[in-house]
Design a protein around this ligand. Structure first.
Ligand SMILES: NC(=O)C[C@H](N)C(=O)O
Length: 331
């Protein structure tokens, strides 16, 4: 029987790292072949073709590179002989790349992202087992049409739902609201649920000038004004609770809106969506009346990616609002 052919794209991250004795800390060093040679028996499941995209740690990946990666993924998915694409990535920005690809790639073929939390010099290097589980997920017919999936620690999570939750744990990728879509048990993927309301933004462009600001008690408008004056086209505010800000930030938000900067809010709470519940100064209702856009339950770092894509589609704030709030708010 013909084995499915899977393209594995290597971008770097801890999965590619060893400890450099001169620095006494981990840096990317392993080649794709060295990593793959540790994934024993994988050739019994799939024919693997490798692409060396980059050898970068997660914090060095820029949204524009994510867009370049998107192109490589799309080109490979368009090939008839390719069943799926697997990407290895640094875990620090993995959720951002995963969400960007999920929003902007329209293909039923599985796209799986995996990484590692322990480098290959450490006891219990988890790279090979994560990559094996990613390939098993990629070749499962049940993974078709689910968008981009993140596979780590034998759990399968949707790119739209997952976030990195713990700085150290192997079990760090969590869908905090709803739990994982499924698990990888040996070589078998078992799904427990599906994703409803997956959104897509069809674009090949990105507007990277979007800043993310976390709100805290007593903050004022200086950071917002600085971002606007230095060229931000969009702002994501990680607001308080249900989606409120200190009244001292209102002046800056108005300044941004007057300059046609899209201001989108989410919450600094790890779960729950924002809504215009409160009518006091700086409350969600006040912000909404000013023209702020509600960002649902998406964490700030992912909402920023979504806004970058939305801004590449239109500069009209009403269009941006329609994209950002699509399927999430009735009004
Ligand atoms: N576990 C990891 O991959 C973390 C690393 N700092 C990275 O994102 O490249």
């Amino acid at each position: 029987m013909n084995k499915p052919k899977v393209v594995v794209i290597f971008t770097g991250g801890t999965i590619s790292m060893t400890v450099d004795p001169r620095i006494g800390a981990a840096i990317p060093s392993l080649s794709s072949q060295e990593i793959l040679s540790l994934v024993t028996n994988i050739d019994k499941y799939a024919e693997i073709e490798t692409v060396n995209f980059s050898k970068l740690p997660g914090p060095h990946i820029h949204p524009k590179m994510m867009m370049d990666l998107r192109r490589v993924v799309v080109d490979n998915l368009q090939r008839e002989d390719i069943s799926a694409v697997v990407i290895t990535h640094g875990t620090d920005t993995l959720e951002e790349t995963a969400f960007l690809l999920d929003l902007s790639i329209d293909s039923p073929k599985p796209i799986i992202i995996a990484g590692a939390m322990r480098n290959s010099s450490e006891l219990g290097y988890d790279g090979p087992s994560n990559l094996a589980a990613a390939v098993c997920t990629a070749i499962s017919p049940q993974s078709m049409g689910k968008g981009v999936l993140v596979v780590m620690n034998n759990e399968v999570n949707a790119a739209s739902e997952v976030t990195k939750f713990n700085t150290l744990s192997l079990d760090t990728f969590k869908s905090l609201e709803f739990g994982p879509l499924g698990i990888v048990d040996n070589d078998e993927v078992i799904y427990h649920r599906d994703i409803v309301n997956r959104q897509q933004i069809y674009t090949e462009g990105i507007v990277a000038e979007v800043d993310l600001i976390k709100c805290a008690a007593g903050m004022d408008s200086r950071i917002i004004k600085f971002c606007v004056d230095s060229g931000a086209k969009g702002l994501v505010l990680e607001a308080l609770g249900r989606g409120n800000v200190p009244p001292t930030m209102i002046e800056g938000i108005q300044y941004a809106i007057d300059k046609n900067v899209a201001v989108v809010i989410t919450s600094r709470c790890p779960t729950g969506r924002v809504l215009d519940t409160y009518g006091y100064e700086g409350g969600g209702k006040h912000l909404r009346n000013m023209g702020i856009i509600l960002g649902g339950d998406v964490p700030g770092q992912k909402l920023r990616i979504k806004l970058m894509l939305a801004l590449s589609v239109s500069t009209d704030l009403q269009d941006i609002k329609n994209i950002m709030e699509f399927n999430q708010y009735r009004r």
